[in-house]
Design a protein around this ligand. Structure first.
Ligand code: UDP
Length: 462
């Protein structure tokens, strides 16, 4: 009996991953899928054709199964299958609506080849019903830090430090959208968290698990898992070699990297303030702006003569940037970020302190974790909590606030040095977490054991 059990325990797991079509969700979940695959488990990513194309380029080793994206049914052009491909509210809603229609074909696929466990984004609440119907354990993934989940999930509420100062309040519509999703998430076998326990904090993990009644498996940071630094989530518009050689020409920790993830599109007026702020700080920079900001519109958001004045001093990348490559370069001294969880964690892994400028969703909670709890960044002073990353805004962040925050973090005075020291310390902890004996490594091993036990007890009862 013991022998058979041991043999069963050796048998690899069969896992289905269903990532939500947005870079901030797909990138980390596919990294985590890679972690399972590289440990010998049979991993299948279920996605749609155009997302599969992107994934094939960045992680060719993963097995992909596709189901058609119902573009026509929701009124989207063919090939638009990802939130990063749209920049207005109507089409954002259409992409989301389309993901709700994926249930039928995905259910069919899972029925044909039932996995031992399905790991799906919490933005697909219907996976809960499918998994229940097919009697398959489900793990949820939401791409957030657990700290942010603790702040958002009213029913699994944890006590965030009272001393935190809030300069914005979440829009009601966000809370209304999140609540039912988090409720369904709580019914899962557990959640997989792209973070390491030391950054979220043991106290929040314990409180969360107690009130949610399931486990939070911290197995990250995902960006350190498979060492892909170039093509990740999109095709870079700047050649990696060119980017590296420019950075190589700069002094250590002398360049500010500015990027707002894959979904933020600021109005022209805000970009104009940003340009003035960056220039006023006087530091060298790499500034990423979305592709849609083409040459023809440039005079609307870029101060006259900006590019000429900053020749050699700064680069504007118009489109997708090789972010991991940039953040990991020793010339980068600070990251002006929208606090998307992936970007935040990637900065932590690189030991780069952050100037925080949250824009929407849970980014405001991530900001507080960075600036007031772990104290590895400074706030720019954003106080408008958006529902999405685009559209007109009431409050602009003025150029002087941007310049001041950058300067405070880059000027090498005591405050900046202390923040940098703490940032370096967390980078070390991040790397240790994934090494044998580290917290994420241990969690991963325990998670595999747990899933195998579930599988084996299910087959005993059949
Ligand atoms: N990213 C990138 N190049 C870009 C913009 C974003 O590689 O030009 C990556 C970034 O490294 C991160 C992800 O896209 O892994 C963005 O996720 P995040 O959670 O930071 O923000 P979101 O896009 O979801 O708002």
């Amino acid at each position: 009996m013991g022998g058979i059990y041991l043999e069963e325990q050796e048998r690899p797991l069969k896992l289905h991953f269903i990532p939500y079509p947005a870079p901030g969700h797909m990138i980390p979940l596919c990294d985590i899928a890679t972690l399972f695959a590289s440990n010998g488990h049979h991993v299948t990513i279920i996605t749609t054709p155009s997302n599969a194309q992107t994934l094939r380029k960045s992680i060719p080793s993963l097995r992909l199964r596709t189901v058609p994206f119902p573009s026509r049914q929701v009124g989207l052009p063919n090939g638009v299958e990802n939130l990063s491909a749209v920049s207005d509210i109507v089409n954002t809603a259409r992409v989301h609506q389309a993901t709700m229609l994926l249930r039928g074909p995905i259910e069919q696929l899972m029925e044909q080849e039932p996995p031992d466990c399905v790991i799906a984004d919490f933005l697909f609440p219907w996976v809960h019903e499918v998994a229940k119907k097919l009697n398959i354990p489900r793990l949820a993934f939401n791409g957030f830090s657990l700290f942010a989940v603790c702040a958002m999930d009213k029913k699994a509420r944890c006590n965030l430090p009272e001393a935190i100062t809030w300069n914005a309040t979440p829009p009601k519509i966000l809370t209304k959208f999140m609540e039912p999703l988090l409720e369904t998430e709580r019914k899962s076998e557990g959640i997989i968290v792209n973070n390491f326990a030391e950054l979220d904090g043991k106290e929040y993990i314990e409180q969360y698990e107690k009130s949610a009644g399931h486990k939070a498996w911290h197995v990250g940071p995902a960006s350190l898992i498979c060492g892909r630094r170039g093509e990740r989530g999109g095709k870079s518009v700047m050649d990696a070699e060119e980017c590296l050689s420019w950075l190589n020409s700069k002094r250590v920790k002398s360049v500010v990297y500015i990027c707002f993830g894959s979904l933020c599109h600021f109005p022209d007026k805000q970009l104009y303030e940003m340009a003035r702020g960056i220039e006023a700080s006087g530091y060298d920079f790499i500034w990423v702006v979305p592709e849609k900001r083409g040459k023809e519109e440039e005079n609307k958001w870029l101060p006259m003569g900006f590019e000429e004045r900053n020749e050699g001093k700064g680069i504007i990348i118009k489109g997708w940037a090789p972010q991991l490559l940039i953040l990991g370069h020793h010339a980068i001294g600070a990251f002006l970020t929208h606090c998307g969880w992936n970007s935040t964690l990637e900065a932590v892994c690189a030991g780069v302190p952050m100037v925080t400028w949250p824009v929407h969703d849970e980014q405001f909670y991530n900001e507080k974790l960075v600036t007031q709890v772990r104290r590895i960044g400074l706030e720019v002073g954003a106080r408008e909590w958006g529902v999405v990353g685009f559209g007109e805004r009431k409050h602009l962040v003025p150029a002087d606030c941007i310049a001041n925050a950058i300067t405070r973090l880059m000027d090498g005075r005591d405050e900046a040095l202390a923040i940098r020291r703490r940032a370096m310390d967390y980078a070390q902890k991040a790397a240790q977490a994934l090494a044998p004996g580290g917290s994420s490594h241990t969690n991963f091993t325990a998670l595999v054991r747990h899933l195998k036990r579930l599988r084996d007890s299910a087959s005993l009862h059949q």
